[in-house]
Design a protein around this ligand. Structure first.
Ligand SMILES: C[S@@+](CC[C@H](N)C(=O)[O-])C[C@H]1O[C@@H](n2cnc3c(N)ncnc32)[C@H](O)[C@@H]1O
Length: 453
């Protein structure tokens, strides 16, 4: 770890957090929600109990550590928080103390020193916003891979090359003004420039809207981390795959990150971005990573990539990894039980029946929505996705209770119908799949509602 980076995080612990706020709210970074980790990383098969070991590598002021420790509080699992900055550790541990969390171990070291100490393996490793600040990110990823259990999962966030072009340009612009200035003077200059930012500056469009820059202007650690960092690199979609492969890992799925939607994987699916059916069909014949790479450049709004990695030989996720995100309709394994990760609100099923035969919008309150024409059959089918019935049992329900009026072989129709419904409701992670008695904690922020279109 370079001396400059070490000093930066002693001076500006990142992100800016006040332990007193723990009394008011719990931050839940979407990548570290264990229901998602289980679905996309463990193929829905992880039993989370007191053996579960999580590592937060480069934990900063503690967002991921707090959320993981909260989820594991009752299950009995533990979190190791690894962070070289003492100033950051002080904030993180004060936050955990404010919450009465006792399942966290604090390690003041770099990733490479920690890996060299040969700790027991971890089931889940979070490493967000860290590897792109290392002198040798591939070495960092290899070090983390060494401490990951063979079936373990990593949740990684790195800068996105394309969506960050505004920053690249900004850095070129200020480069001649930075030498001779210490970090304090660089920050003062940057603040002055940001205050006068012309409306047409690319920074204002970064991340797909004005919200991003507003957050930036608000605090020093954000400005320093984004615009004045001495060591950084960025990855495009292909770069992410190559980066993973350099450590013998495979990309199980892209996911969402704080501030960029908890359902980020939807942004990587061509069918969500391209309307022209001919182009869509042509794109669908290309390898998944080419499709995702297309999305990255077409959307222009991916300043970062968050994704799950598994060891190349381990089975990746509930759907078969490499096809499912593009095609969307592949069902989870027959012994897994789909469940509503985002719960329907109290009137959801009644509303769906009341609006029978009419186009409706189903939405989750955070800007994600799907439109369809439903009715009693759909309501009945959705109501049996209860986390206890497996795919196999759901197909039987569909055949016996809903499709029994049809005079032809129902099994294939049932599987296709289920696949279509699953694809629709998995698109924004409204449904995930896990073993019937496995880890199935619902989202605490969103609920599903139905309204007439
Ligand atoms: C941008 S912050 C991200 C903090 C946190 N992961 C988050 O997402 O909020 C980067 C963190 O990585 C830590 N870091 C930098 N180099 C590191 C290394 N070689 N090993 C472990 N942590 C490192 C820094 O001290 C800093 O706290």
């Amino acid at each position: 770890m370079s001396q400059k980076v070490r000093e930066l995080y002693e001076q500006f612990p990142y992100p800016l957090r006040d332990p007193r706020e723990e009394k008011e709210r719990l931050l839940m970074p979407p990548m570290d929600t264990l229901s998602r980790v289980n679905h996309y990383g463990f193929g829905g098969r992880k039993v989370v109990n007191d053996n579960f070991r999580a590592l937060v590598a480069g934990g900063g002021t503690g967002d991921a550590m707090i959320w993981l420790a909260e989820q594991l509080r009752d299950a009995g699992g533990t979190v190791t928080y690894l962070e070289p900055s003492l100033a950051s550790t002080k904030v993180a541990s004060a936050r955990a103390e404010a919450r009465g969390l006792e399942n966290v171990t604090y390690v003041n070291a770099t990733i490479s020193d920690f890996a060299a100490s040969k700790p027991d393996g971890f089931d889940y490793i979070n490493c967000a916003g860290v590897l792109h600040h290392l002198e040798d990110p591939e070495e960092g990823l290899r070090d983390l891979t060494m401490v990951l259990k063979p079936e373990g999962v990593m949740g990684v966030m790195v800068y996105g090359e394309h969506g960050r072009l505004a920053v690249t340009e900004w850095r070129k612009m200020v480069a001649p003004l930075l030498p001779e200035k210490d970090l304090g003077a660089q920050l003062a200059m940057t603040r002055a420039l940001l205050a006068d930012l012309p409306d047409d500056n690319m920074l204002l469009k970064m991340g797909g809207g004005q919200g991003f820059i507003k957050g930036l202007l608000e605090n020093d650690p954000e400005i320093v981390d984004l615009l004045l960092h001495p060591v950084e690199c960025a990855y495009d979609v292909h770069g992410v795959y190559d980066f993973a492969a350099s450590a013998g890992l495979k990309v199980a799925a892209f996911t969402g990150f704080f501030g960029f939607g908890g359902t980020g994987k939807a942004h990587y699916a061509i069918e969500n971005l391209v309307r022209d059916q001919r182009i869509l069909r042509e794109l669908a014949t290309k390898p998944l990573r080419d499709q995702q790479s297309f999305c990255e450049r077409f959307s222009g709004a991916m300043p970062l990539h968050a994704f799950y990695l598994t060891k190349a030989k381990a089975k990746a996720k509930a759907e078969d990894a490499d096809d499912a995100q593009g095609a969307g309709g592949v069902l989870p394994d027959a012994d897994l039980a789909p469940y509503f990760f985002v719960r329907p609100n109290e009137t959801f099923f009644d509303d769906l029946i009341a609006l029978s035969g009419q186009p409706v919008l189903i939405e989750d309150g955070s800007g994600n929505a799907i439109d369809l024409t439903g009715g009693p059959d759909l309501a009945k089918l959705l109501s049996v996705f209860d986390g206890t019935r497996t795919i196999e049992q759901l197909i039987a329900v569909l055949c016996d209770e809903i499709l029994d009026r049809q005079p032809i072989d129902m099994n294939q129709i049932a599987a296709n119908t289920l696949g279509a419904v699953w694809a629709l409701f998995n698109k924004f992670d409204w449904m995930l799949a896990a073993l019937p008695n496995g880890w199935q904690q619902a989202d605490q922020q969103r609920t599903l509602s139905v309204r007439k279109l």
